[in-house]
Design a protein around this ligand. Structure first.
Ligand SMILES: C[S@@+](CC[C@H](N)C(=O)[O-])C[C@H]1O[C@@H](n2cnc3c(N)ncnc32)[C@H](O)[C@@H]1O
Length: 461
């Protein structure tokens, strides 16, 4: 049996969901092959690896030497790829990586007895500069107090100071660099839980004409007054250098937590929102997005995804957009619907959604603020039925009670998911209520990560 620190040779078979790759070690004791997960490996690689940890059913290992590289390997395009924890699999050709990610999606579905039809996955229209929402951690160096702005190194809280990131527009690098050179109010040091600026959040519109900034600071809202005037003056100066900056807000997060944002926001410069316009050949929608509201990070792929949802909505239907956010999907499909209902628990997103329906001249809509479960119960009491329900929950998916309520409200669920594991778990629950997954289409919202978005059409049988 293999042990920690052993060095073994291994052929890599496939990528696996958590950003690793899988090979099998064959021996007399494990003729069927003992599973070994290896970081930064590619399917087809023949490797010498060192075993770091052995569990009952698998081992974790690191590459010692690439004996024969996979034919799909390419040079990572980012000079910080090995240091930064922001991306994975950059050493694979984009099309091949998408194929592999789609295989991971298919594999998650193997937990179901009956397989849906897998449609060709949607590529991200761009595989560089696609990320338009950036959440950077901020800290400072010990002695010189220079600002560090970037992502955490993998499995650590050390910040990789990112001056150039090819998966986001260059404007983000320029804005971060200005802050690095000019912010004088100090930055957060996690170990001491002291210092002001702890994160920089940027949202850039897809045409790069608008930017919305949020400074997350280590204070409670009522402790900010002594900084307020100086930080406001700084923001006026900052925005004069970048005409794209339409608004700057402060978010207050003084908890000892990994969570990036806290609950309270304060707008300190310009607007408290930006506009994003998504446009395909014959269709265009504009969305107002506030700092606390969700919007997809990759607007180009979002558009493809929304079109995929729309294809599955029949003309003249009544559509419930549960987990609706600012109305991104509901408003995109509204020309197909007789009426759109939207449910969302974030009050800011609900305000945005209401304005967005008006902004896009949609007349027949109702927006409900609250938890989807509670709202579904109310719909049920009112004996409401929907031709289609779109659900797009966070990564943790939905739950049995919500899905049971949903089964009484519609015969057709369009499930938009960013997590194949919770998607398949929820489909299994829906099967027990008489539904069947008919088609699935993957969408590469997050190139060079192991995440894959998908749209699954689930119908009552
Ligand atoms: C993945 S986002 C999708 C938003 C929208 N469909 C879009 O594409 O922009 C999930 C949304 O569900 C909301 N949400 C999370 N849990 C919820 C719940 N229990 N009830 C209602 N909304 C919820 C979040 O605030 C967020 O806006």
């Amino acid at each position: 049996m293999i042990k920690q620190n052993d060095q073994i040779e291994l052929k890599i078979e496939k990528l696996t969901y958590e950003g690793s790759a899988l090979g099998r070690y064959y021996s007399d004791e494990t003729p069927e092959g003992f599973v070994v997960f290896v970081k930064n490996a590619a399917p087809g690689d023949f490797l010498k690896v060192k075993i770091n940890k052995v569990n009952k059913n698998y081992a974790l290992a690191q590459i010692v030497e690439i004996l024969e590289p996979s034919s799909k390997r390419v040079k990572p395009f980012c000079p910080l790829f090995n240091a930064c924890g922001g991306c994975c699999y950059q050493y694979l050709d984009y099309d091949y990586l998408l194929e592999q990610k789609n295989n991971m999606l298919k594999e998650a579905f193997l937990k179901l007895d009956e397989q849906p039809e897998f449609l060709e996955p949607l590529k991200s229209p761009y595989d560089k500069e696609f990320r338009h929402k950036i959440q950077y951690r901020v800290s400072e160096t010990k002695n010189s107090k220079r600002l560090l702005i970037g992502y955490f190194k993998e499995k650590s809280h050390d910040i990789v100071n990112i001056k150039f990131c090819p998966i986001q527009p260059h404007l983000a690098d320029e804005i971060a660099q200005y802050l690095r050179e000019n912010w004088t109010f100090g930055a957060y040091v996690e170990k001491a839980h002291k210092g002001l600026l702890r994160s920089l959040i940027l949202r850039l519109s897809s045409d790069l004409k608008s930017a919305l900034l949020t400074f997350v600071i280590n204070l409670k809202k009522d402790e900010f007054s002594c900084y307020e005037k100086d930080v406001k003056d700084f923001c006026v100066e900052f925005a004069s250098k970048f005409p794209q900056i339409k608004g700057i807000s402060v978010n207050f997060n003084s908890d000892k937590t990994n969570n990036i944002i806290g609950e309270d926001f304060l707008n300190i410069y310009g607007d408290n929102f930006i506009y994003e316009t998504l446009e395909s050949s014959d269709f265009k929608r504009t969305y107002k997005i506030s700092p606390a509201s969700f919007f997809q990070v990759n607007p180009f792929c979002a558009l493809e995804l929304f079109n995929e949802v729309k294809k599955n909505i029949k003309e003249n239907s009544t559509v419930l957009d549960a987990y609706g956010g600012v109305g991104a999907i509901g408003i995109w499909v509204s020309d197909r619907a007789r009426k759109i209902y939207l449910v969302e628990e974030n009050p800011q997103a609900v305000c945005d959604a209401k304005e967005n329906f008006k902004l896009n001249d949609c007349k027949n809509y109702e927006v409900f603020l609250g938890d989807s479960k509670e709202q579904f119960r109310k719909f049920l009491k009112e004996k409401k039925k929907f031709s289609h329900v779109i659900i797009d929950p966070p990564r943790k998916g939905s739950d049995r009670e919500v899905l049971e309520l949903l089964s009484k409200l519609t015969d057709c669920i369009i499930y938009v998911s960013c997590n194949p594991q919770t998607l398949v778990r929820d489909i299994k629950i829906l099967q027990s209520f008489g539904y069947k997954a008919k088609t699935v289409r993957g969408a590469d919202m997050f190139p060079y990560s192991y995440h894959i978005e998908s749209v699954t059409v689930i119908e009552r049988v």
